[in-house]
Write a protein that binds this ligand. Structure first.
Ligand SMILES: O=c1ccn([C@@H]2O[C@H](COP(=O)(O)O)[C@@H](O)[C@H]2O)c(=O)[nH]1
Length: 306
């Protein structure tokens, strides 16, 4: 991941095939239109973006045929060498969670992605099957902490200085510390399994934050670029946070690159900023899409890395 970010910048391109976008691209709102739209974005992203984030809901809207398109998108992203984040926001009781984990994070699943977004509102530990499987298969997870939508505050800010969001962030930090300890133990006993072989989205990346080398764990979080001063209001200090941060809200939701840098000043090296509609509106021309990705990546790099 770090390598991909160094090469292409901190931009994550969202694949959100909204009806209005398909229409603007001159495509029918059909399975064929969905496929053409999605594969055009994958083609444009090859060599130009660190990650792609297909929005699962927009494929589900087409039923099984839409999910088949998503399978192809994930496969072609892999073949193009672009890491994928399935934005599925899954979360359920542990026994059901195991099935979600198998679907998105197991090696032989047709829907296997490099990582998946998770919703922790059935309790962080209910996510255990996905957290464990991601670690075992060299994949990653992104747990919702402070989402980019204004309604999120009504749940995530509850508790003030000991907010729900802070509890999630602490749990993720703890999870990554625990994984680091487990990896060391496994390495000592020689049980490194296949996970050490994979180039993961988030595993074992050396990253420089404020001049110090830190290892990013495989458990990340979602914090919107639109949260403004919520981190300070909730007395959340991200200094030393040990996971990747997926940050939607840049672009169409109103946050510019400076706003992203302002929110994440302390941990700018951990940030992967997502833009979906902000980039996609430049299609269907592949070179126009690439230029939009380049511009967004450049302005984010300048703001985040200085
Ligand atoms: O807090 C969150 C979590 C996820 N999202 C998703 O990201 C994209 C944003 O799309 P834009 O067009 O760049 O606004 C979309 O798929 C959301 O479901 C988010 O926005 N906020």
């Amino acid at each position: 991941m770090r390598e991909a970010m160094l090469r292409h910048g901190p931009l994550c391109v969202g694949i959100d095939p909204h009806p209005a976008l398909l229409d603007a691209w001159g495509l029918p709102y059909s399975v064929a239109g969905l496929e053409k739209f999605s594969l055009t974005v994958v083609e444009a992203a090859e060599g130009h973006a660190a990650t792609l984030k297909p929005q699962v809901a927009l494929y589900e809207a087409f039923g099984s045929a839409g999910m088949a398109v998503l399978e192809r998108v994930l496969k072609e992203s892999r073949e193009a060498g672009v890491l994928s984040i399935a934005d599925a926001k899954r979360g359920d009781i542990g026994s059901t969670m195991a099935a979600y984990a198998t679907a998105w994070l197991s090696d032989d699943s047709p829907l296997a992605a490099d990582s998946v977004t998770l919703s922790p509102y059935l309790g962080f530990e209910s996510l255990r099957p996905a957290l464990d499987l991601a670690r075992e298969t060299g994949r990653g997870t992104f747990v919702l902490a402070l989402t980019s939508n204004p309604e999120g505050a009504s749940v995530q800010h509850v508790g003030g200085a000991e907010s729900v969001a802070k509890t999630i962030l602490k749990a993720v930090q703890h999870e990554n510390l625990r994984n680091t300890a487990a990896t060391s133990v496994n390495s000592v006993s020689g049980v490194t399994e296949n996970r050490a072989e994979r180039t993961s989205l988030v595993n074992r990346d050396q990253i420089v934050i404020n001049g110090k080398n830190n290892t990013l764990g495989c458990c990340g979080v979602v914090i919107g670029a639109t949260v403004s001063d919520a981190l300070s209001q909730l007395q959340i200090n991200l200094q030393g946070f040990n996971g990747p941060i997926l940050s939607p809200g840049y672009g169409a939701q109103g946050a510019d690159a400076h706003a992203v840098a302002e929110v994440f000043g302390q941990v700018s090296g951990n940030v992967l900023a997502n833009s979906s509609r902000g980039v996609l509106r430049h299609g269907p021309d592949v070179s126009a899409l690439r230029s939009a990705m380049q511009r967004a990546g450049d302005e984010l790099s300048a703001a985040l890395y200085g």
